[in-house]
Ligand binder design. Sequence first.
Ligand SMILES: [Zn+2]
Length: 165
Amino acid sequence: MPLQEQPIVIGHLSSRTPAWGLTWWGEERRYQSTVFPVRRPEEGETIVELHCGTCDAELLLRVRSLALSRSIRKRWLAAAAIGSGVTAVTVAIGLGSEYAGSPIPLSTGLGATLLVAFLASIAAAGAGLFGWRNEEGLRLYSGTGRGDETHRLLSGAAEHDASPS
Ligand SMILES: [Zn+2]
């Protein structure tokens, strides 16, 4: 299997300006970007050291192999499938008992269990879908640990900011 090289873009936060639209307000963040070719490992995961092109800060990027990334996504997808399956079953039981003319009261053990299962399954389905969408196999760490206000992975991960440029 050939090793896959992938260009990733790391942004260095250069300015923040308050911004608003009709239905939201927040801030617009602008980034100076640096492109790095990153090679995926054949298996497992590896930590790559990069230097920001703007401030030369040391950044650590965790890169997962495609195989590992895929199996993690598969696990998230399974969680989402099981979660939504359980949701459907609890709804079917709840509706079924209503139609049958004997609704299950929440005060009973069965009613409470159904409610908890229903809520937990929705949470599991949501978390599963989120994990499935967001598992790209790349995660940026700063030199000092997780989280860095200044640097951000701009491509290779889901983008949430108003307008990274
Ligand atoms: Zn920087």
